[in-house]
Ligand binder design. Sequence first.
Ligand code: FE
Ligand code: FE
Ligand code: ZN
Length: 283
Amino acid sequence: MKIGCHLSSSGGYVAMGQTAVSIGANVFQFFTRNPRGGAARAPDAADEAAFRRFARENAIGPVLAHAPYTLNAAGADERVRSFASAVMLDDLKRLEAIPGAMYNFHPGSHVGQGADKGIELVASLLAGVRDRFGDSPATTVLFETMSGKGSELGRTFAEIRRLIDAAEAAAGKGAYNLGVCLDTCHVWDGGYDIAGDLDGVLAVFDREIGISRLKAVHANDSMNPLGSHKDRHEKIGKGRIGIEAFRRIVNHPLLADLPFYLETPCDLQGYREEIALLKEMKK
Ligand code: FE
Ligand code: FE
Ligand code: ZN
């Protein structure tokens, strides 16, 4: 089972790899830079090289890099979008050093411009990043499913599909390897009943997006009821989704081979226990 959690990137890649191993994880996620700011630590080629060896030796990966929350590719303000573009370009360039890495970002908030306009802005931003990148990034780029708070894009699977189609039309097919990260708290808060009807929700995902686009799962319980559009993560089994739902999620044939990343309100010991719990539930 590929399972891990969100880790602090303050010590670099090898430190994250060592922490992952110490809590029973074989994958991990990290913020590419301060989630609420822009500055990234200076790239450290020695750390990257040491991590590539460490990951091979310890069968770690795929590593999931999470874009900062401040990245809004659908913003109305030109400066917001050029910041988003600069961050994404820099993140994708850096991630070339990490084989098999995936890059997860929140599709964006249209801030009153409407979903059509927002989708168009996201697509053209991705096209611009690809142009300045100069080649197709090796890193798979994932749209995260969102809870739909405020004017967030990506609450419905249909909207994720529109984002993928628009991005491929704007950047060119094959310009990116585009996929989806399914966040269990977000889809639940967005109105998809993964506790009561996991098969049905995945059938909708397959119909609207195509299950082959699904590359990662953010495993989080939710503090709030189905369809609440709140996005408050809870520890596994302590929220409204519930432990039995997670038992079905980790064992579902369409999900079982995907990497799972916990983003629950836990310290390292808490993550160690949740990783053990999910592994134990997996048949
Ligand atoms: Fe996220
Ligand atoms: Fe998430
Ligand atoms: Zn969230």
